[in-house]
Ligand binder design. Structure first.
Ligand SMILES: *[C@@H]1O[C@H](CO)[C@@H](O)[C@H](O)[C@H]1NC(C)=O
Ligand SMILES: *[C@@H]1O[C@H](CO)[C@@H](O)[C@H](O)[C@H]1NC(C)=O
Ligand SMILES: *[C@@H]1O[C@H](CO)[C@@H](O)[C@H](O)[C@H]1NC(C)=O
Ligand SMILES: *[C@@H]1O[C@H](CO)[C@@H](O)[C@H](O)[C@H]1NC(C)=O
Ligand SMILES: *[C@@H]1O[C@H](CO)[C@@H](O)[C@H](O)[C@H]1NC(C)=O
Length: 280
């Protein structure tokens, strides 16, 4: 009988404590990470939370289940502790910001910010987000197999290679602005490198007989990584000479990087240049 009353009291206490926490809960509003971080770069994670009346609390950052960094705040003073194996910038990190340098590919995945208040309520909230880590090649795609002159060639095969990307790059070919048809493509096995990057090569067979009625053929290779890296290189095959209808090849290589807004913090320059090489 006594025992039962005691239980009821506990239940009542729990309801009261819960009710109290409705008015003074810790809330994690947002965890912000860059949508894509480049391997080896410095990355800042932001945990935006409201404390209400808590002045003693701890912020903890987890990568998956692994505790990476924690800060205990007591009346405005912070005690920081690095845990685990990630390279945390202690000076730049605090109860709202976590700064990692030299981000490895292994940092890709869910990161969560967990804020917990002091006893007796232990008001607590957690929020997570996904970090992607990528390796972008310094150079854009490279086209090989361009002949010095077309002569009497009726077809030719070009390769386009995107070196050392993570995740593996995609290659798209366009001929005179149209997507190449699959039958004209030659897909080679990707090359895996020890640093976990991949080199991708896709070839294209170009028929020269009928299209050469037009003054030139524009063949464009586009290298893509995720949704934020697009670089193109273009070869223009031109008919040269009128008398013998001999053809020369002129190649225009252009590299451009069209970076959508959501990747912008990681690319500070927009590269666009054209080199024109003519062969006679
Ligand atoms: C935190 O979130 C609030 C509400 O969305 C916003 O007004 C504030 O600017 C954010 N703070 C930071 C540092 O992003
Ligand atoms: C944490 O550091 C960032 C800059 O690194 C600063 O903007 C922010 O106000 C700091 N937060 C706290 C709670 O000190
Ligand atoms: C295209 O690449 C493949 C695989 O690397 C190679 O075997 C082939 O010779 C290349 N062809 C041209 C035209 O460069
Ligand atoms: C193409 O031209 C070369 C010399 O330039 C010649 O030896 C060859 O027979 C020609 N091929 C065809 C199919 O006309
Ligand atoms: C490559 O991936 C493996 C397996 O995910 C990992 O153990 C290794 O550390 C990675 N190497 C590099 C250089 O990122």
């Amino acid at each position: 009988m006594r025992n039962k009353n005691y239980n009821n009291l506990l239940v009542l206490l729990a309801i009261l404590l819960n009710g109290a926490s409705v008015f003074s809960e810790i809330k994690v509003l947002e965890v912000k990470v860059p949508p894509v971080a480049t391997r080896g770069a410095e990355v800042t994670f932001l945990c935006n939370y409201t404390l209400n009346d808590e002045s003693h609390y701890a912020t903890r950052w987890f990568f998956r289940e692994e505790l990476v960094f924690q800060v205990r705040s007591v009346a405005g003073r912070e005690k920081k502790e690095i845990k685990g194996t990630f390279s945390v910038e202690l000076e730049k990190s605090n109860s709202t910001n976590l700064v990692l340098n030299d981000v490895p590919l292994g940092a890709a995945g869910p990161w969560s910010c967990d804020v917990i208040g002091s006893p007796p309520r232990f008001s607590r909230d957690v929020s997570s987000t996904i970090l992607q880590v990528a390796v972008f090649p310094l150079n854009g795609p490279v086209i090989t197999g361009v002949p010095v002159r077309l002569g009497n060639l009726t077809s030719l095969t070009l390769n386009c290679t995107l070196e050392r990307a993570f995740p593996p790059g995609l290659i798209h070919w366009k001929v005179n602005g149209m997507n190449a048809v699959d039958d004209d493509l030659v897909v080679y096995p990707p090359i895996e490198h020890p640093d976990n990057t991949t080199t991708t090569t896709v070839g294209i067979n170009v028929k020269l007989d009928s299209p050469l009625r037009s003054p030139s053929i524009k063949i464009k290779c586009i290298g893509q990584i995720l949704d934020c890296y697009w670089k193109t290189k273009e070869v223009v095959l031109k008919r040269q000479g009128i008398v013998n209808e001999d053809m020369g090849v002129s190649t225009a290589f252009s590299i451009s990087a069209g970076i959508p807004t959501r990747c912008l913090p990681y690319f500070f320059s927009f590269i666009f240049f054209v080199i024109l090489i003519s062969f006679y």
